[in-house]
Design a protein around this ligand. Sequence first.
Ligand code: SF4
Length: 83
Amino acid sequence: MATEKWVTIRKEWCNLIEQDVDLMELRVYPAEMLPEGQDFQVKARKCSVDVTCNMAGFPCKWAYTNPELDPFVERARERGDVS
Ligand code: SF4
């Protein structure tokens, strides 16, 4: 039987709420081996405070309020890490 587990993949500073947050992914570990040596598949991703930001109406992909705005991509662009 497959098992599912939320795992923090990294911590990031979010400029919109001005605090550190956890970016997480829901990993599915199948009972059988996956092809090409994979241990798990990623079923979903979320931010640790997505519900709070959603309720507050922050425009953000991670809060499910604006699929076009990812504050971490925006920050990477500001740093020149992403074109
Ligand atoms: S849901 Fe979006 S706005 Fe809220 S902390 Fe996470 S990344 Fe920042």
